[in-house]
Design a protein around this ligand. Sequence first.
Ligand SMILES: [Zn+2]
Length: 407
Amino acid sequence: MNSPKRTVLLYISLLIAALWSCNRNAQWEGQEPVKKVSTETVPIQLQYKGTFDLGAGMYMSNEFEGARLNGVARTNDTLITVLITPENSPINMSPWYAFQLWSDYPRDIYVKLSYPKDASHRYQPKVSTDGMKWLALDSASFQDTTMHLSVGPDTMWISAQELITSNHVDQWMRGLESRSYIKRDTIGISHEGRPVNLLKIGESDDQRMIMVISRQHPPEVPGFLAMQAFVETLCADTKLAAEFRSKYNTYVVPVANPDGVYHGHWRHNRGGVDLNRDWEDFNQPETSAIRDFMKEKSRSAGNKFYFGVDFHSTQEDIYYTIGPELEGNMPGLVPELIEATAQEFPDYTPNIKPRSEEDARITSTSFLFFEFGAEALTFEIGDHTPRDFIHRKGEVAATKLMELMLK
Ligand SMILES: [Zn+2]
């Protein structure tokens, strides 16, 4: 049966196979070159905080740290529409949402996420019953920005990513602080007076230092999770980590944008600014605090930052690096680190994008390299990267970094 229909089907199958393999081999190209923008403080829209009585015994709330719920309406007995808007615009499309809901009696409902007309959905909803343990909704329970949920009198939490606020980070830091070689400090305050906290890991003088930054962009929790695993490995009770801490001091700012995290912002700080565009003009208190700290540390003769890393999240895992032809205080460190990390993961090809000449020098990574000579890296984790892989990748990156820097 060699009919024309069959030939057409064969061609379609071949075309699908070709597109599939092409898609599998092509790596994501990363973001467009970074352009200079104004980082002067501008107004933002604060959300009304409260418990919303939706009638028929249903309730929603945004009265917690990290929440974002800008409006809500009960469209009918089973459908609730929530409105999620950004703190100001223009803004990168990372609609963060986090809210609680409950019902006087058990029932099945639909909750539809609604964004402003130019915004597109980004985060697969996560559900929790205690605000600590999270489970992503599967595709059967979440289609076309609408969730299908079974609710009852117990509070259900819905969030764009795992909810990790400054309180959670404080608890984490307190847990680490019990070790003699870890100290906590505050290096500045945000617009709203929240501390910009710093961890110092190590028992060395400051002749050799490394800098770690995270959460400039509040929703980028997967990057934070990688940072946590990375830092915990540097803090661990291992021979390698102990030797590393005797030679290098590591400074960590786990939450660079505490107000943005508190308010559940899509991207900006309380000054309405993308902090990762403010590393040249320093119009914002959070970036200025980190700059002043690093300058102060570098002032004494011989003190040097050898490595700096800033953790973020985006569509897929990617490393933004400085052009390999440019040499800092430990030439070759970043390419060797990426290569050594990749060696530990079969079937994983790292996606590396060196910053181009067109990129304005306004990001943290540029600042770390061009101001201090620190070999610098933007460590980006995919929004949907499996959490156990993120953890392992953070651990391996720290182990390989220590081995390479002690060589
Ligand atoms: Zn980011």
